[in-house]
Design a protein around this ligand. Structure first.
Ligand SMILES: Nc1nc2c(c(=O)[nH]1)N(C=O)[C@@H](CNc1ccc(C(=O)N[C@@H](CCC(=O)O)C(=O)O)cc1)CN2
Ligand SMILES: Nc1ncnc2c1ncn2[C@@H]1O[C@H](COP(=O)(O)OP(=O)(O)OP(=O)(O)O)[C@@H](O)[C@H]1O
Length: 204
């Protein structure tokens, strides 16, 4: 028998399919409760770090929902930053979001800041904390996304900012069910400092 070791690309594709299924099968009522629990932990963390600007994602499909965290950010006067993706070059631009009305459907049907009514953040600004969506995470900072490389490119850009960006905390945000033993890692993959779930904050 010929034994062929899967390369990272095939392995990632395989795990993506598995993890999409697993996340979709989490009951809606649990997803809601778990999302709220994760948001509560995120608030404590942002308070502890005196974070005044954080980046979040607007959830789509069955992702962990950060809506409560975003609203709390508005209520407490924090800057809430949300990305807009450009499907042409797989880059993201960051915008300040002040209400749900400022969103519009963007690439992939994800709700994104409407560029006509939101301010883009100036080049060179680094949020205190970046909450990163994903399909699977491991405890060593490994992350697997949809395969667009959006957050990898964004992280590479942020790295070029130098000093300002070195203080940014990168946290995966996901259900405990998305935590796996090991995510295949390639050189370009952005490394998480930790993972926030409904149960805990795991620092890598
Ligand atoms: N809420 C949220 N926003 C996000 C992300 C995310 O994971 N969650 N992204 C995180 O990076 C970026 C969007 N990345 C995405 C990349 C591919 C697909 C997607 O649907 N791909 C198809 C297959 C290929 C295609 O049609 O182009 C699929 O999965 O069916 C969706 C989002 C930026 N914004
Ligand atoms: N800094 C970068 N510059 C150019 N291309 C990159 C960079 N980072 C990643 N890529 C490319 O993006 C593609 C997708 O990468 P990968 O499979 O790791 O995506 P992902 O992290 O799962 O996706 P996403 O961040 O969109 O959820 C790869 O082909 C990779 O070569």
């Amino acid at each position: 028998m010929l034994l062929i070791e899967r390369n990272s690309f095939e392995e990632k594709t395989y795990i993506r399919t598995q993890m999409i299924q697993r996340r979709n099968s989490l009951p809606e009522r649990h997803r809601q409760t778990w999302s709220e629990a994760a948001c509560a932990k995120a608030k404590v963390l942002l308070e502890k770090r005196s974070a005044s600007a954080f980046m979040a994602y607007v959830s789509f499909r069955s992702e962990l929902n950060l809506a409560e965290l975003i609203e709390w950010g508005w209520q407490t006067g924090r800057d809430v930053i949300v990305p807009r993706c450009d499907a042409a070059d797989h880059s993201m631009t960051l915008h300040y979001l002040r209400s749900w009305e400022e969103l519009m459907p963007g690439a992939y049907g994800i709700m994104e800041p409407n560029p006509a009514v939101t301010l883009p953040i100036y080049n060179g600004f680094a949020p205190d904390v970046v909450f990163v969506p994903g399909l699977a995470f491991d405890r060593k900072g490994g992350r697997l996304g949809y395969g667009g490389g959006y957050y990898d490119r964004f992280a590479a850009e942020q790295l070029q900012l130098g000093e300002a960006a070195t203080r940014t905390l990168w946290l995966g945000a996901a259900y405990e069910a998305q935590l796996v033993e090991r995510v295949p890692r390639e050189a370009h993959d952005v490394q998480m400092h930790g993972l926030i779930t409904e149960q805990d904050i795991y620092m890598a």
